[in-house]
Design a protein around this ligand. Structure first.
Ligand SMILES: Cc1ncc(COP(=O)(O)O)c(C=O)c1O
Length: 373
């Protein structure tokens, strides 16, 4: 940045071409970092994970409006981040929140037997879930996308995986290694992995890209041509078939090319410092296990436990706590309990932790509602 001039990539002048080259190089490098083969996956730069989710939601809303029921169907898992939950507002009340993994699995096995408030199982649908729960840190099954693809009744239902939390400490090649069973759309946020820069991505399985190419909105950079007076038309980029550059029709406005340049540097530095995501995964797993054991050992003077830790327990499996990296991420969910057995409010816990230089993510529930901080 000190020695070169980078211009708006939508032109053909030399500074613009320099930016375009950087953007394309970093696109390829990031796909490589994620273990996603560009032959099978396209990569769309967006502002953050929420923007990627909104982009997918927007297209399904547009397409849904053209259908018989005037809307797409939206299913989401109860562990979903708020940004996933918000998409339900575009589904004209045709949405369902899955209360558990077992309910999802039953629906995947026998879609007709589970009431998911869907007028027609064959209508356009989107199923979204977080790859890692922000509440408990548990990792949800990655196999669901593949199962859905093999379920006759769900051929018109697509998967949106929120990998924002998972990607921080997980080798994403395990998500993308087999395109046949990968999610259709996966969202990510890079500052969560590298600390900097603040950009996100939507990774699109090319076979499922045609849906996104039907988006109605167009903006600077996403159209080949547009007519405004008399001949009102537009020709969107990236609509030429599965092998074309789908991302060109989805990246609205000027890309944050300086941040994208920094993303390339972040990937190189990350590799130099940490070698690979497998190493990061092993190390954070070790730290998480230590933290959990340490918290569980804390006692008040009267012998009472100081911490209540929340694990997810699948009815058909042993208590998974943190022992497996495929089942649990680098987060420990807990409540602090006073010597009198009463819960200490999370506001107090966070304040005390801050004062001690320990940063926790806190929140709670009010009835059935979440309270975010
Ligand atoms: C699981 C999960 N999904 C989505 C998001 C939203 O990400 P962003 O802030 O990049 O939009 C977050 C943010 O913390 C998250 O933890």
């Amino acid at each position: 940045m000190l020695t070169d001039l980078y211009g708006n990539p939508h032109s053909e002048n030399a500074p613009a071409r320099l930016s375009s080259n950087v953007v394309e190089d970093v696109r390829a490098k990031t796909l490589d970092f994620l273990g996603a083969n560009p032959e099978h996956f396209d990569f769309v730069f967006v502002a953050n994970a929420t923007a990627a989710i909104k982009l997918v939601g927007e297209v399904f809303r547009d397409l849904g409006e053209k259908t018989h029921s005037k809307s797409f169907w939206y299913g989401y898992h109860r562990d979903a981040h708020t940004s996933l939950v918000g998409v339900r507002e575009w589904s004209n009340n045709q949405s369902h929140c899955f209360e558990s993994d077992e309910e999802v699995e039953e629906w995947l096995r026998r879609p007709a037997t589970v009431d998911v408030k869907r007028p027609d199982r064959h209508s356009l649908g989107l199923f979204a879930y977080p790859a890692q729960s922000n509440l408990t840190g548990r990792r949800l099954p990655l196999e669901w996308a593949g199962h859905m693809r093999h379920t006759d009744d769900l051929q018109n239902t697509y998967t949106l995986l929120d990998a924002a939390a998972l990607a921080m400490t997980f080798p994403m090649s395990r998500v993308f290694s087999n395109p046949a069973s990968s999610p259709d759309y996966t969202c990510l946020s890079f500052y969560k992995i590298f600390g900097f820069p603040d950009v996100g991505a939507l990774v699109v399985r090319r076979e499922s890209g045609h849906i996104l190419s039907l988006r109605r909105y167009f903006g600077g950079g996403t159209v080949e041509a547009v007519g405004v007076i008399d001949d009102v038309f537009h020709r969107s980029k990236g609509q030429e078939g599965p092998d074309d550059k789908l991302h060109e029709g989805l990246e609205d406005g000027t890309l944050p090319f300086h941040s994208i340049l920094a993303l390339g540097e972040a990937i190189d530095s990350h590799k130099r410092l940490f070698i690979s995501m497998e190493v990061v995964s092993d190390h954070t797993h070790y730290l998480t296990t230590r933290l959990q054991q340490g918290l569980m050992a804390l006692r008040h003077y009267n012998g009472r436990l100081m911490c209540q830790i929340y694990h997810y327990k699948h009815p058909k499996q042993d208590d998974v706590s943190v022992e497996s990296t495929s089942r649990h991420g680098s987060a420990v969910a807990f409540n602090i309990i006073g010597y009198d057995g009463k819960y200490v409010p999370f506001t107090e816990v966070e304040e005390a932790a801050n004062q001690a230089g320990i940063y926790v993510r806190s929140g709670g529930e009010l009835g059935n509602a979440r309270v975010n901080r």
